[in-house]
Design a protein around this ligand. Structure first.
Ligand code: ATP
Ligand code: MG
Length: 513
């Protein structure tokens, strides 16, 4: 009882001193600097003498760091789970899967926590401070949590209690985490006081590997690869490699590249950073974006072949064989001009991201920060890419997504129609083996077009579509054969000569003889 009263007394003294501090802050504005230093020095000493409590602050952003502090996040999660029952003023936010509400302490709210009989106090607070990144003077909110405890418990608190808070907070964060889809907002000029260059929405894509149409063995191999990666923290540390892995997804449009990225994110519970390369000003900005990504995430660059003219440098290297130095210079100028035009045309403004900037982004020294990250490129034209960009070690796994096979169709039939066996499957199997049709087209044909459409109707629609594709490809084949007949090109002595020319040549030779 007595100790409770003593605690309360000290807390009152604490808050009185806090009021003095506030007045002190006002005085500071008007006193000369030397006088201020003097008062500051002695006021702290007096306070320390009378005030037996220790305080630890957990700031949301530390110094000029761009990244939100992990410790702040862990404390926030820990307090929201452990003290929301005792706090009187709470903030509510929609939690994971948009189903539940997550309650956290409101600003300036104070709660107590009991750890092995030791009482500690947590306050959620904020201060206004001038930001260094501001072009002009402007104040910015800086939030922090403050932990207060008696100095006789210093060892217990700084030792095991803080470990306990961090560990539990991180676990809670992981459990309650609402996954996010980030973008670097093309064309959007973020205000300089905004802390992050990424904008985000909640990631709610329903794709899973189960619903992906592809060969079962290939699917199994990719899943195993991903799961192994996510559990390999120690392995990567042992071999001295940054904990990240590159995937190159290539194949024709509509074969499931974007869908697979969503399935990967859902499998591992990762966030997705959809990087729009044309909206990145230069290599420095690319690096800043990289630093701001968190671990447990997938960084995606879709259609890498169209993102920037990243093939320019490769051309320059190769061309020296065929052009003189002057010609090479002219060609380089032309390429540079064309690149600028292309980038401006593609909405990228004056993007100056280079191939080496991008390579640095993937596996430079900065790419190791954060860890546990996948980098995924997608392309329709793998052959267009610079080999340096996709070599193993950078893009560790190359995955081809191709036209729909019968196994792929069965997955889609199960997804869309809930059928695993059907009399019409035989016809589909025969036709699908003969034509090239993307899973996106198969899916579209299996989609019921009216409430009356049953599995029979949808399968018949698909068979019709397959026959149509076969008819078209038959025509194309016939046309190709005709073209071949007409030109009847034959290769002779490394030159292409058509039949008529060949006869004339033969005639000339005979005359010469
Ligand atoms: N392998 C697949 N498994 C399941 N659904 C698929 C598959 N491929 C495509 N689809 C369906 O087709 C649609 C388009 O696929 P997606 O956007 O993933 O293709 P993509 O390969 O990324 O195409 P693009 O090269 O044009 O970006 C998806 O919404 C999905 O419903
Ligand atoms: Mg896509």
């Amino acid at each position: 009882m007595l100790s409770l009263k003593m605690t309360e007394m000290w807390t009152t003294i604490g808050s009185t001193l806090a009021s003095f501090m506030f007045i002190w802050a006002i005085i500071r504005q008007y006193c000369p600097y030397q006088l201020l230093r003097f008062f500051e020095k002695y006021s702290h000493r007096i306070m320390d003498y009378f005030y037996p409590y220790i305080r630890i602050s957990f700031h949301e952003f530390l110094g000029d760091r761009l990244k939100r502090s992990d410790a702040y996040g862990a404390v926030e999660a820990y307090l929201s789970a452990n003290t929301s029952k005792s706090a009187k003023r709470l903030k509510a936010e929609i939690g994971k899967d948009s189903t539940n509400l997550v309650l956290t302490m409101d600003e300036y709210e104070r709660v107590t926590d009991d750890y092995n009989g030791v009482k500690v106090y947590w306050v959620c607070s904020k201060v206004m401070a001038a930001s260094r990144s501001m072009p002009y003077y402007q104040e910015q909110e800086k939030r922090f949590y403050k932990l207060t405890f008696h100095k006789k418990y210093r060892d217990t608190i700084t030792g095991s209690y803080l470990d306990h808070v961090m560990k539990e907070g991180k676990e809670i964060r992981l459990r309650n985490r609402q996954r996010k889809l980030y973008t670097n907002s093309p064309g959007y000029k973020w205000p300089s006081y905004k802390q992050t260059m990424w904008s985000h929405i909640v990631f709610e894509h329903p794709a899973t590997f189960e619903t992906m149409a592809m060969e079962p063995e290939k699917k199994k191999e990719i899943i195993e690869d991903l799961v192994t990666f996510s559990k390999s923290k120690d392995f990567y540390a042992r071999i001295g490699k940054a904990w990240k892995r590159g995937y190159l997804l290539f194949g024709p449009p509509g074969t499931g590249k974007s869908t697979m990225i969503a399935a990967m994110a859902n499998l591992l519970g990762y966030d997705v950073y959809d990087l729009e390369l044309t909206a990145v000003k230069d290599n420095t900005e690319l690096r800043k974006l990289l630093i701001e990504t968190t671990s447990k995430s997938i960084i995606v660059i879709e259609d890498i072949d169209c993102s920037l003219d990243l093939t320019g440098q490769r051309k320059k290297k190769g061309e020296s064989k065929f052009f003189s130095d002057d010609e090479n210079d002219n060609k380089a100028n032309f390429d540079a001009g064309r690149k600028e035009v292309k980038e401006e045309g593609s909405g990228g403004g004056s993007s100056k991201v280079t191939l080496s900037g991008l390579l640095n982004f993937i596996d430079g020294i900065w790419s190791a920060c954060g860890g546990e990250r996948l980098i995924v490129f997608t392309t329709n034209y793998v052959e267009k890419l610079d080999p340096a960009l996709i070599r193993r070690g950078r893009m560790d796994k190359h995955i081809e997504l191709s036209y729909c096979s019968f196994n792929g169709f069965k997955v889609l039939a199960n997804n869309y129609l809930r059928v695993e066996k059907h009399a019409l499957f035989e016809s589909v199997e025969r036709l699908i083996g003969e034509v090239k049709i993307t899973p996106a087209d198969v899916a579209e044909n299996l989609m019921p077009k009216s409430p009356m459409d049953d599995a029979d109707k949808c399968l018949l629609n698909l068979i019709e579509a397959l026959e149509e594709v076969r008819g078209k490809s038959g025509l194309i084949k016939e046309h190709d054969e005709e073209v071949e007949c007409v030109s009847s090109v034959i290769k002779e002595n490394g030159e292409f000569v058509d039949d008529d020319e060949k006869e004339i040549d033969e005639g000339k030779k005979q005359i010469e003889r």
